[in-house]
Design a protein around this ligand. Structure first.
Ligand SMILES: Cc1cc2nc3c(=O)[nH]c(=O)nc-3n(C[C@H](O)[C@H](O)[C@H](O)COP(=O)(O)OP(=O)(O)OC[C@H]3O[C@@H](n4cnc5c(N)ncnc54)[C@H](O)[C@@H]3O)c2cc1C
Length: 315
């Protein structure tokens, strides 16, 4: 059994990193973290704009942190640096560029199958987040527009007519960030913003006044068309506008098939069945971070899940 890990952690975002750190702190020695990206924290790297403010009490929700991983307000860069330092200082055994494809329980252990090698573990923590699969609209995006229809702002450049779709903090932060150098419209299907923190809300209205950021509430998109390689967007009031770029920030979805085939069971609302320690009905198989909550996750929640799971494993 010398190659049997105490815990294999799938995913190297905040929940995965904190699980590895807490595991070491609470005395587990054989700990392995597997991350499919070329570096840790792919959601922060790909979906946060540069210099983004990172709030610990995200959306105003205060999470009391226990355990070894502390976390404070900062920026995208300071947050990534912090997680870098944690992984380096604690010498966490990590494999990058490796995707976990399947988890199978075999008697008392788990076989964790990757594209390369299988790993055997007594416990597995799935901490894969939901942003590997960003939510997409129901209508079709013409394939010719793939470059102009995005799920983060990385491809944007200055002087574009941009439509940002969504009503959460991510959508508002994207709109605010682009508004100084672009002609930005924010479209949200509801009549009010309900999931947005006060700072973002205040900045949105300031930017609307100062930079002409247009806010379209009660607005749904019905279809997208290619008009000379630019997205022509049809709205539910039968109007349309042609933009240079459309950016969707409408959250992400749990890869339910992966979870089900790994032994996670779901209730009638397609919500993973977990106990108070975030353990699934397959004993020894845990979910941490965004994947455990599906909606309304945060870095602090991810850290808190990690602590509770490891405390339960080591009890
Ligand atoms: C634009 C935006 C802004 C945000 N701002 C804030 C903020 O200010 N404050 C805050 O607290 N929260 C913020 N959040 C939320 C926060 O980023 C998440 O709650 C947090 O990243 C969740 O951590 P996680 O470890 O559960 O998942 P993730 O951070 O999504 O990490 C999951 C990791 O698993 C990897 N992975 C996925 N599948 C596999 C696989 N099969 N095999 C191996 N690896 C895999 C991924 O590559 C990824 O690195 C924001 C989110 C977004 C999108």
């Amino acid at each position: 059994m010398s190659h049997t890990y105490d815990v294999v952690i799938v995913g190297g975002g905040p929940a995965g990193i904190a699980s590895a750190i807490e595991a070491k702190a609470l005395g587990l020695t054989k700990v392995l973290m597997i991350e499919k990206g070329e570096n840790h924290s792919q959601t922060i790297r790909k979906f946060y704009k540069d210099s983004k403010r990172v709030d610990k009490d995200y959306k105003g929700i205060v999470v009391e942190l226990k355990g070894s991983v502390d976390f404070e307000d900062g920026t995208k860069e300071s947050t990534l640096d912090y997680f870098d330092a944690l992984l380096d200082n604690e010498n966490i055994d990590t494999l990058f560029n490796l995707e976990v494809e399947k988890i199978t329980k075999e008697k008392d252990v788990f076989r964790v199958t990757t594209s390369n090698v299988d790993y055997v573990a007594k416990n597995v923590i799935i901490a894969i987040g939901t942003m590997g699969k960003p939510n997409k609209p129901d209508y079709k995006t013409p394939s010719s527009l793939r470059d102009k229809v995005n799920f983060n702002i990385n491809k944007s450049s200055e002087g574009e007519d941009v439509l940002v779709v969504g009503g959460g903090n991510s959508a508002i932060e994207y709109a605010i960030d682009l508004a100084q150098t672009n002609n930005v419209t924010l479209a949200y299907r509801k009549e009010k913003f309900t999931r947005v923190n006060d700072t973002n809300k205040k900045m949105l209205y300031e930017y609307s006044a100062e930079y002409g950021l247009e806010i379209k509430m009660n607005t749904d998109i019905t279809s997208l068309e290619d008009e000379n390689e630019r997205p022509k967007v049809h709205f539910n009031d039968e109007s349309y506008t042609v933009y240079d770029r459309v950016i969707y920030a409408i959250g992400g979805t749990a890869p339910v098939d992966f979870l089900k085939s790994s032994g996670v069971t779901f209730d009638e609302n397609e919500k993973a069945i977990l106990d108070k320690n975030f353990e699934s009905e397959t004993k020894g198989l845990y979910l941490a971070g965004d994947i455990a909550v599906r909606k309304g996750g945060s870095i602090a929640f991810a850290l808190s899940h990690a602590y509770h799971i490891i405390a339960h494993i080591t009890k």
